[in-house]
Design a protein around this ligand. Structure first.
Ligand SMILES: *Cc1c(COP(=O)(O)O)cnc(C)c1O
Length: 368
């Protein structure tokens, strides 16, 4: 029987936590705790604890989080910062906005995180930092990245926008490097009901600097030490995020079990390349991305059978018009050659096992 399977279903998720979310919103309005206040402090505390980090600074969104985190490192202006070629544009945009230069490196063919060989290749005397994107919820090879960083005196920013709760060798991502950033965009694994973001770090100075940059360069009301900006996690979003954080581990377990089922069932299909995670790490499977040659007809077939899919990302960053000026469109083979093969299958707590079996049945039918 035909089913309708959406890529994401935030309304269904809301129904499962409705009472707590409604109460949280109601209380925030009663307290008029819209900007700053108890909810934001509370969530920052809870999220730092959840991510095994000492400090957490709530900000306006994940892009701001990256930009502010980079700025807090106080790197020489126009430093080169290495960014993986396959990511969301924010990972690179923030580098330029913070006054530095983007240098793209390639992604691994197996797990799509940063390629260490390519990273090493891209280091120059001007390189100052690495943006380690835990893409699709999969932790990067942090030991190797930290080794390279140490050898060359580079800072490491972890872009964890897709990786809340992910673990590298038993350690939560985000404060393995110098500083980590998160997005609470509604569709992320931990999503607000609007924009939101956070920065985490174990470094007190960096945390303080980030808080000041995000708050007009001040620590007290009218005592501005430098020109900062305004980037806030607001009280309503913080109160909703506190409710959802309690459910996150349960939702991650669901994602891991769906990914496991996808992997065991799709392994036998030669025309599909499945993502490989390493056993010592915990991927949180924000996305389950496979590679398929000539993906158009495959996506159409799934769509005709009621199954929504996504593409993350259809054009690798160096090939975007926005980065034409970088002249790096031919340097990252994996990201640039395989971007026309990527297909994201539905994954998330909104799917039941019958949905997953239906998706697999249709995929097998297509490749028969
Ligand atoms: C979503 C995302 C961001 C940006 O987050 P926003 O909250 O949308 O600004 C940054 N990096 C990656 C890898 C993302 O997926």
């Amino acid at each position: 029987m035909r089913r309708k399977i959406s890529f994401l279903n935030l309304y269904k998720q809301y129904l499962s936590i409705k009472e707590d979310v409604d109460t949280a919103i109601h209380n925030t309005i009663i307290e008029s705790a819209f900007i700053g206040g108890g909810n934001v402090k509370q969530f920052e505390k809870e999220f730092a604890l959840y991510q095994d980090s000492t400090y957490c600074v709530g900000v306006g969104n994940g892009t701001d989080a990256l930009e502010i985190a980079i700025e807090s490192l106080e790197l020489p202006p126009n430093s080169e910062i290495i960014v993986p070629a396959n990511s969301f544009i924010a990972s690179a945009e923030a580098v330029t906005r913070a006054g530095h230069r983007v240098v793209f490196c390639d992604n691994n063919e197996t797990d799509y995180t940063i390629s260490i060989d390519s990273l090493i290749n891209k280091i120059s005397s001007k390189t100052a930092a690495i943006i380690a994107v835990h893409l699709y919820g999969m932790p990067c090879q942090m030991t190797e990245i930290l080794d390279v960083a140490k050898e060359h005196g580079l800072k490491v920013v972890e872009d964890c926008a897709q990786a809340h709760g992910a673990e590298y060798l038993g350690k939560k991502v985000g404060s393995i490097g110098d500083i980590g950033t998160f997005s609470f965009y509604p569709g992320k694994n931990l999503g607000a009901y609007g924009d939101g973001g956070a920065i985490i770090t174990n470094n007190e100075e960096l945390a303080k600097k980030c808080r000041m940059i995000a708050n007009h360069g001040r620590v007290e009301k009218y005592n501005h030490e430098f020109e900062g900006r305004n980037s806030r996690l607001d009280g309503l979003q913080a109160s909703i995020l506190s409710v959802k954080l309690k459910k996150l581990d349960e939702w991650i377990v669901k994602r891991i079990s769906i990914a496991k089922r996808y992997k065991e069932s799709l392994e036998g299909i030669d025309a599909i390349k499945i993502p490989k995670d390493s056993p010592g790490n915990k991927s949180v499977w924000h996305l389950f991305v496979i590679r398929v040659n000539n993906r158009g007809p495959f996506i159409n077939f799934l769509n005709e059978n009621g199954i929504e899919t996504g593409i993350h990302y259809p054009i690798s960053l160096p090939k975007l018009a926005a980065f034409r000026y970088c002249n790096q469109a031919n340097e990252c083979f994996v990201a640039n050659e395989f971007d026309n093969q990527l297909v994201s299958l539905p994954i998330g707590e909104h799917l039941d096992s019958e949905d997953v079996e239906y998706i697999l049945e249709k995929i097998h039918e297509y490749f028969k």
